[in-house]
Design a protein. Structure first.
Length: 317
């Protein structure tokens, strides 16, 4: 059996996305014709794993699919992208997760998710995923799997002194488990998630940093508030700052947050300072909006470098 290589471990969901493009979102009871439709890999875990691989970093994805045709499609796509799927389990009693995504002319999206196998395993199943942490240099998690499982995996990572990056999307109806805040070395909510977690709706650097202080009080070491087209605010033990938005022509925003997190993880894994890492991540997220789809929208390193060159570091706040 080959020795695991140093890698980023992604503990997260794998879905197949069914995407339709429309001029506008339908009203209740209304039927609309779509401009186009596609089917492809999605799920926040799979999206983030592929985005990390595109940036040239070793990455392993741990989680569950069903045992069906959609699982075959997902695994093939992941392996073609050079994602290690050794710890991607099959659940014969559940279907592979599915997401139904509608995108309007402005690139905004509405998403419905059937979690399927992603949502069937709680804390008791953590032992099956823990081997993915061997030789991991950073762990990425999201909330498209049961909160109890995420909490236990974060505990396992902390016991091994592996930094945890938590994307709190989607925020569970009851909020995040309280102990998860202190186990999250890095928390990366967007505007809506920040509001759900803190009661503050961030609209600029000032309000974002107000929300970050609340997250720090709960135990989060580094809070990174994604403000979409307004930029990104960050608050870390070694400093605070703001990264202005990159100006690109958006096609859709489906995987922007996932590509942001992947860029952040890769930059930090390579030893970048927090401000530099957030700027790199923001470029990854911006580029993801310039093409359709979820996993397939992830940029590679050359594309990110070219965009960074067009906005000099002096533009950092």
């Amino acid at each position: 059996m080959p020795t695991p290589q140093p890698h980023i471990a992604v503990i997260g969901s794998t879905n197949i996305d069914f995407v339709v493009h429309v001029a506008r979102f339908a009203q209740p009871g209304e039927t609309l014709h779509v401009h186009s439709s596609t089917t492809g890999l999605g799920g926040k875990g799979a999206n983030q794993a592929i985005a990390v691989a595109r940036l040239g970093q070793e990455v392993a994805l741990a989680g569950w699919t069903g045992r069906d045709m959609l699982a075959d499609m997902a695994r093939t796509t992941l392996e073609q992208a050079r994602v290690n799927t050794r710890w991607l389990m099959e659940d014969p009693a559940a279907g592979t997760g599915r997401a139904f995504i509608t995108i309007d002319h402005a690139g905004e999206n509405q998403i419905l998710v059937d979690g399927g196998a992603n949502m069937r395993h709680g804390a008791e199943a953590a032992s099956r995923l823990v081997p993915a942490l061997d030789h991991a240099i950073l762990v990425m998690m999201q909330m498209e799997m049961p909160p109890a499982l995420m909490l236990e995996m974060a505990r396992q990572a902390r016991a091994r002194a592996i930094p945890v990056m938590l994307d709190p999307a989607p925020v569970p109806a009851g909020g995040l488990p309280e102990d998860l805040y202190a186990l999250a070395d890095i928390l990366t909510p967007n505007e809506r998630e920040t509001r759900d977690l803190t009661g503050i709706e961030p609209t600029d650097e000032t309000t974002a940093l107000q929300a970050a202080r609340i997250l720090h009080a709960r135990g989060v070491r580094t809070a990174i508030i994604k403000l979409g087209h307004r930029g990104v605010a960050y608050s870390a033990p070694d400093g605070q700052g703001f990264v202005p938005p990159f100006h690109v022509r958006a096609v859709d925003t489906v995987a922007a947050g996932d590509c942001f997190n992947a860029g952040l993880a890769c930059a930090l894994a390579r030893g970048a300072a927090i401000g530099e890492a957030v700027r790199f991540a923001a470029a990854c997220g911006a580029l993801a909006t310039t093409r359709p789809g979820a996993a397939q929208a992830a940029p590679d390193g050359k594309e990110v470098a070219a965009l960074l060159d067009r906005q000099p570091p002096a533009d950092l706040a």
